[in-house]
Design a protein around this ligand. Structure first.
Ligand SMILES: NC(=O)c1ccc[n+]([C@@H]2O[C@H](COP(=O)([O-])OP(=O)(O)OC[C@H]3O[C@@H](n4cnc5c(N)ncnc54)[C@H](O)[C@@H]3O)[C@@H](O)[C@H]2O)c1
Length: 233
């Protein structure tokens, strides 16, 4: 939790300025997105909305008080408007990256989907945190542009709305102590939020396979029994 996903999720929401009373949209309900949502609660956000197309992961987000948007059901703006009474949030987080799927039913990979959608749903003067990974090369990319990490991003929209963007690798150590103290003093239940599931090293191949299929779990390997009898919090 502390070496990767929690600081990454926290960076994703603190960098666009989410704080007390903020409305936040987090795209992606994988471990990073769920950690971002838990971080938004920790920072005092008023409403945290998590979007994904994976029903099990959306249910996990609801289990700790998030609202959810199913991007396979169409317009993210309309679904946010149904929750908030307006189609925009103060801060948005891309916890998906270049493997993003398009919105709507039976959607294929469309790498710029989340970035363009987040500019659409973030208010003027708001900001985007982008922990989701973008690459300089993707040999398996859907077209020639995607193979070289070139995305069709609607930057004019972000410019017109004076958005700020924070991207890149998370400065994990910057957040370590504070997040550790928040865990130790029960200010956040990060293991519950990401559904941490401890498995033995012999079950690791199965854990990786399930995670690849979109399981709503963060598998924690326990190779030497050091976690035996402990309950992740
Ligand atoms: N910046 C950093 O330091 C850092 C650190 C760790 C991870 N990451 C990156 O963060 C991203 C998320 O990591 P993860 O482990 O949670 O990944 P993950 O693949 O488990 O989760 C991504 C989720 O996004 C969903 N998704 C796909 N298209 C979507 C869309 N259009 N809208 C909403 N949701 C959509 C998928 O269904 C999936 O549940 C990855 O790109 C990962 O590489 C960055």
């Amino acid at each position: 939790m502390l070496s990767d996903i929690f600081p990454t999720g926290f960076h994703g929401v603190v960098s666009p300025g989410a704080g007390v009373g903020s409305t936040v949209y987090v795209a992606g309900a994988g471990p990073v997105g769920l950690a971002a949502a838990a971080s938004a609660h920790l920072l005092g956000a008023a409403v945290v909305i998590v979007g994904d197309l994976n029903a099990e992961r959306l249910a996990q987000a609801r289990s700790f008080g998030c609202e959810t948007v199913d991007v396979s059901q169409g317009s993210v703006e309309e679904q946010i408007a149904q929750i908030l009474g307006e189609p925009e949030v103060d801060a948005a987080v891309d916890a998906v990256g270049f493997e993003a799927r398009a919105h709507g039913p039976n959607a294929q990979e469309a790498p710029a989907t989340v970035l363009n959608s987040l500019m659409g749903v973030t208010r003027a003067g708001g900001a985007l945190g982008i922990p989701g990974l973008y690459v300089t090369e993707d040999p398996g990319g859907i077209d020639q542009d995607a193979k070289s990490g070139t995305l069709k991003v609607r930057l004019g929209l972000g410019w017109a709305k004076s958005h700020r963007f924070t991207t890149g690798q998370c400065p994990v150590m910057q957040y370590h102590r504070g997040l550790m103290m928040a865990i130790l003093h029960d200010r956040v239940k990060i293991a519950e939020a990401v559904n941490a599931t401890v498995i033995g090293i012999e079950d690791a191949p199965q854990g990786y396979a399930e995670f690849d299929q979109g399981a709503s779990r963060k598998y924690v390997l326990n190779p030497h029994g050091a976690l035996d009898g402990l309950q992740p919090v």
